[in-house]
Design a protein around this ligand. Structure first.
Ligand SMILES: *[C@@H]1O[C@H](CO)[C@@H](O)[C@H](O)[C@H]1NC(C)=O
Ligand SMILES: *[C@@H]1O[C@H](CO)[C@@H](O)[C@H](O)[C@H]1NC(C)=O
Ligand SMILES: *[C@@H]1O[C@H](CO)[C@@H](O)[C@H](O)[C@H]1NC(C)=O
Ligand SMILES: *[C@@H]1O[C@H](CO)[C@@H](O)[C@H](O)[C@H]1NC(C)=O
Ligand SMILES: *[C@@H]1O[C@H](CO)[C@@H](O)[C@H](O)[C@H]1NC(C)=O
Ligand SMILES: *[C@H]1O[C@H](CO)[C@@H](O)[C@H](O)[C@H]1NC(C)=O
Length: 594
């Protein structure tokens, strides 16, 4: 008997020595399978995130759900307010079950009451980016198919700008105010206040299944104009369980500074509801207020994107840097050097880096203690959640295929394109009303005839020890202020002006990230008209996508700069941007010289 035990122990030791991460790998895959079972059960019983919320309203009505500035809202209050919002929609007579309603507002509790209210009457919210204006606003609204728009009072001017077009398309417009003087715009808050707070009957959402859309979230994809990705109820579950997987528990308090109209921001809210915990909501990320907020609200979990961590590391050191209760950071895009600085400066905070796209059907999590890694490439993981990292031809912008026309997996250490198999368990729900774009994200006949993969557009690298690292994005996007900028979209917009013939857009490194640079050539015989181009860019592109630098070239291949001109610097609050503003001034001077 003893002999057998010793033998077994030796074998286990041997395996562990050769595969030091085996235990974690198995644990992770098992946790993921368990999560999948939970979602499948929810799918069988039609148990949605809204049902979860309503259950919590019953079991913990007095627990805080939202802290916002000096206000707080309990689960019960959130229920009451969203009931009123739902009724206001119904009583206005413009919305029936299944209709999308566009929400156009920044982070504030009302965003959540409106969204929950819409879920209660079986309607998806089309979550518009609150930075978009003019043509891009109309485009995003149009591709959601929504016939009702609700905007915050601060955005009234942006709405007025496009009001004739909205009326032309018979869109009902509400503004979040007690009353509204603008003709053709209705107030909403007064209607909400007058509405009853009684629970909304389940009958009103009787058609919902887990495949119904809960939200449309706009993504740049990797190319073209923003697209509305369909986020179904089952997807909301899949997103939300990420917090549970990273070890967030029912005693935590989570800090949400990212826009709720992005999946990263919304995920924190739905994930918190899944856990039954409070969310500290901020209208906008502020590096200088970050830790004060964490102390004020006893935050234990923070969410990040790469830029956030860098901004935090760039703030002046303080004695209180380690004085907080934050134990866990969940997010994506942190670089190894920032990771090191962050932990050194702010204390032993566990960092859980994950990978996933709004419209994707796959996620990865760094569950091992490997700095900078996104996750692990294991046989087990691949078996249950099929994906591949394949050879990619960057010049052609498509995967490399062998002589029989199939894709090839990369060697260890070599970057390749991550593609994830589309199956019933991992569906790709696509974009609303844009079948062409949906089709573009699909890759056919990858390893055999008839198979189907989702093209993530992300290049990953797998090292000798099977750790996966993010390498780059294809399709040319760069991130600026936390938003993905699709370079082709910006270029398409620039060439619509009379004077610009060709444009090539890319991100250039500046302190604080990558800023947009547009290299353009001019139409023969035409001068560059900066006023017209400026106005055009302002009309068509959201502020984060507008190029900060522009270089006029004789031809696009020749890097011969005639001059650089800079559109006015953003209103930014982080210190790091001051140095950017400085550079901006310098190149503006440069312009005067030429
Ligand atoms: C879930 O909803 C669908 C569609 O309404 C319905 O066919 C199915 O019976 C429901 N399942 C349960 C368990 O209620
Ligand atoms: C909105 O989309 C429809 C087709 O779905 C199109 O006919 C219409 O021109 C679009 N409107 C705008 C403003 O883009
Ligand atoms: C944070 O914790 C302290 C001490 O435990 C407590 O006094 C305070 O009320 C808490 N603050 C919030 C917002 O819960
Ligand atoms: C969410 O996960 C479940 C379980 O893995 C799967 O069946 C479902 O299709 C997923 N939904 C989406 C939209 O990815
Ligand atoms: C889809 O693509 C086809 C061919 O590329 C084009 O003719 C069609 O107009 C496109 N449809 C939309 C809605 O963009
Ligand atoms: C990922 O790696 C870092 C750095 O070693 C580690 O501190 C962190 O705990 C890891 N993440 C997870 C989920 O374990």
């Amino acid at each position: 008997m003893l002999v057998w035990t010793v033998c077994a122990a030796l074998i286990v030791c041997g395996v562990l020595l050769r595969h030091p991460y085996l235990f974690q790998d198995v644990q992770y895959v098992l946790a993921k399978i368990k999560r999948r079972r939970f979602v499948l059960k929810c799918m069988q019983t039609n148990y949605s995130i809204l049902d979860r919320f309503l259950d919590l309203v019953k079991t913990q009505p007095q627990k805080t759900l939202i802290y916002f500035k000096d206000e707080m809202f309990t689960y019960r209050e959130a229920d009451v307010l969203s009931n009123r919002a739902a009724r206001a929609f119904l009583q206005a007579g413009c919305v029936k079950e299944g209709d999308a309603v566009a929400l156009f507002l920044g982070n504030q509790p009302m965003f959540l009451w409106l969204w929950l209210g819409l879920l209660k009457i079986g309607c998806p919210g089309a979550l518009l980016n609150s930075n978009i204006r003019s043509k891009s606003l109309l485009h995003c609204l149009n591709c959601s198919g929504a016939t009702t728009l609700v905007a915050s009072e601060e955005l009234l001017d942006a709405v007025k700008e496009v009001l004739p077009h909205l009326h032309e398309q018979q869109i009902t417009v509400f503004i979040l105010a007690d009353r509204c003087e603008t003709a053709g715009v209705e107030s909403f808050i007064d209607k909400m206040n007058q509405a009853s707070s009684e629970p909304i009957s389940k009958e009103l959402r009787s058609h919902l299944t887990m495949q119904s859309p809960a939200a449309y979230i706009y993504t740049s994809g990797t190319t073209g104009l923003p697209k509305a990705a369909v986020v179904t109820y089952s997807k909301v579950w899949n997103f939300s369980l990420l917090l549970a997987t990273t070890g967030v528990n029912s005693k935590d308090v989570i800090y949400d500074t990212l826009p709720l109209y992005h999946s990263t921001g919304l995920l924190v809210f739905t994930g918190a509801v899944e856990r039954g915990i409070p969310v500290v909501l901020r209208s906008k990320f502020s590096a200088s207020q970050f830790w004060d907020d964490c102390r004020k609200y006893n935050v234990t979990v923070i969410q990040y994107i790469g830029e956030i961590m860098r901004y935090l590391c760039n703030t002046p050191q303080k004695l209180s840097d380690k004085n907080h209760k934050v134990r866990l950071a969940v997010g994506n895009g942190i670089r190894a050097d920032v990771w090191r600085d962050f932990v050194r400066r702010f204390g032993e905070i566990q960092i859980r880096e994950f990978y996933g796209a709004t419209e994707g059907n796959f996620a990865l999590l760094n569950y091992s203690s490997k700095m900078g890694a996104l996750g692990r490439h294991t046989f087990l993981h691949k078996m249950f959640f099929p994906y591949a990292v394949i050879k990619y031809d960057a010049d052609k912008g498509e995967p490399l295929r062998d002589s029989s026309g199939f894709c090839m997996e990369v060697e260890k250490g070599e970057p390749g394109l991550l593609v994830t198999k589309i199956t019933a368990k991992a569906p790709f729900t696509g974009y609303v009303t844009d079948l062409n774009q949906t089709e573009k994200k699909k890759l056919h006949n990858v390893f055999k005839k008839g198979d189907l993969y989702f093209n993530t557009g992300d290049l990953l690298r797998i090292d000798e020890d099977n750790f996966m690292y993010f390498h780059d994005r294809v399709g040319d996007t760069f991130r600026w202020k936390g938003e993905n900028v699709a370079t082709a979209e910006v270029a398409d917009i620039l060439v619509l002006t009379d004077c610009v013939k060709e444009a090539n857009v890319y991100g250039v490194k500046v302190p604080g990230g990558r800023a947009g640079m547009a290299a353009v050539t001019l139409m023969d015989g035409l001068k560059f008209d900066s006023t017209v181009v400026f106005k055009h860019v302002e009309d068509f592109l959201p502020s984060y996508a507008r190029p900060r630098f522009l270089r006029i070239q004789v031809c696009l291949l020749q890097l011969f700069t005639l001059f650089a001109f800079v559109v006015k610097p953003l209103s930014v609050e982080q210190d790091v941007f001051d140095s950017l503003a400085l550079k901006t001034k310098m190149s503006t001077n440069g312009k005067e010289r030429t």
